[in-house]
Design a protein around this ligand. Structure first.
Ligand code: ZN
Length: 424
């Protein structure tokens, strides 16, 4: 009896060691540089979920942005109309919204993906919803502040890891103090942000050693808007045992500013461009770099040129929220159309004549205009189906152009966007 118990214990130990050695995230990437651009990266990110589900993301590529676990405007069944199925696009959940149902999942044996209706999806848990501006004064010395519909929830690293244990995602963005302003943060605040972020990163990595579940973790590259701190933070984070990096920590005005830039059309990076370049230059080449923000195709091209690998679909969702369609007007050109405008009232053309998605095959601009005028929820559904198809095709085309050595053809549009931003 004692022998059997000992054997069972040993088997458990071996299984745990095997699980720990199993690679849940593998990234292979090739870097190419030329006279037209300093470096571009073409890669493959392989992910394996805790329930055994697998997916492979070609990079540059994107994860599905979700809100409270759902892809905005769509049910899981609606995804049959989106090319590139969920089998190869992971869900990007955010802790700020998932924290609401974390306690309910404590006794749930299935994955968080199964809980929200996507049982075969790999789930990545990032910190904040890129479509919700960060509220200031989020963090304290020992805690990060997570805002959800119940208010502010304070989390120590221990509580942060406990919450991840309840949610059981397949990869995690480690907590970071982003409570700085884009401009004008005091040295004291920047120092506290820097110190807290590194301390929390180390504590979370230490806590992970004692956990039964092991999943890939991404370090958030902090340092605020100070170039020296940002460079040093990247160098420090690069020395930790992490699986990738999130380029963020630009301050509480970062996401709000993104939205403003997108609305005005001057969508590039202003003072942040040098900071992003500095961050990326200091990171190891063999690990994926993520960024979470609603990014237009022009902005994505710029960031790909700087060496970012993974994005999300918050941009097509933001457009659908506003009744707007992402329309491809040329091989390398896009426009955003506001479908409530009067000109679409009797326009019986397909939404986009260049797109073959479900929405464009079956519906006219006039019908979508009518749905918006009547505040019918199907307007968001049809626009989201189209916007997602258009955005995902854009990523496929970027990768194809890299494979064919033609990425430079995207640059005139990105350069035009940059010059417009400089003029503004
Ligand atoms: Zn379409």
């Amino acid at each position: 009896m004692r022998y059997l118990f000992a054997l069972r214990s040993r088997m458990t130990e071996v299984r745990q060691k095997t699980d720990f050695l199993r690679k849940e995230m593998e990234f292979s990437v090739n870097e190419v540089s030329s006279s037209e651009f300093p470096v571009i990266r073409r890669g493959v990110l392989k992910l394996r979920g805790q329930s055994g589900q697998e997916c492979q993301v070609e990079t540059p590529g994107c994860f599905f942005h979700t809100h409270f676990g759902s892809i905005p405007h769509l049910t899981p069944d609606d995804l049959q109309y989106v090319k590139d199925s969920l089998s190869c696009i992971p869900l990007n959940m955010t802790l700020s919204t998932a924290s609401v149902f974390a306690d309910a999942l404590a006794g749930y044996e299935k994955s968080v993906g199964a809980f929200v209706g996507y049982p075969s999806s790999v789930v990545y848990m990032s910190l904040h919803d890129p479509l919700v501006p960060l509220k200031p004064a989020m963090n304290e010395k020992a805690t990060i502040g997570i805002w959800n519909r119940t208010g502010k929830k304070k989390l120590t690293p221990e509580q942060f890891m406990d919450m991840q244990d309840k949610l059981k995602p397949d990869s995690v963005q480690i907590m970071c103090d982003m409570d700085t302003e884009m401009e004008g943060s005091s040295n004291q605040r920047l120092t506290k942000s820097y110190d807290s972020s590194l301390r929390w990163l180390d504590r979370c990595l230490e806590l992970m050693k004692d956990r039964s579940s092991h999943y890939p973790v991404l370090a958030t590259v902090g340092g605020g808007s100070d170039p020296w701190r940002r460079k040093n933070f990247c160098l420090e984070a690069a020395n930790r045992k992490v699986d990738g990096f999130v380029i963020d920590g630009f301050g509480s005005g970062w996401i709000a500013k993104w939205k403003e830039w997108e609305v005005t059309g001057s969508s590039l990076f202003g003072p942040h461009e040098a900071l992003i370049r500095e961050s990326i230059r200091s990171l190891p080449k063999d690990k994926p770099r993520f960024i979470h923000a609603p990014l237009s195709p022009t902005a994505v091209v710029q960031l790909v040129r700087m060496g970012v690998d993974v994005f999300d679909t918050s941009y097509p969702a933001a457009l659908a929220d506003r009744g707007q369609a992402l329309i491809r007007t040329g091989d390398f050109c896009f426009e955003v159309w506001t479908m409530s405008e009067k000109g679409y009232f009797d326009d019986l053309t397909s939404l986009s004549t260049r797109c073959g998605c479900y929405t464009c095959e079956k519906y006219t601009r006039a019908y979508i205009h009518h749905l918006i005028a009547c505040e019918e929820i199907n307007a968001g559904v049809l626009l989201m189906i189209h916007n997602l198809n258009e955005y995902l095709k854009f990523f496929r085309d970027i990768r194809k152009s890299m494979d064919e050595g033609k990425f430079h053809l995207w640059m005139p549009q990105a350069e035009a966007g940059r010059q417009q931003a400089d003029r503004d």
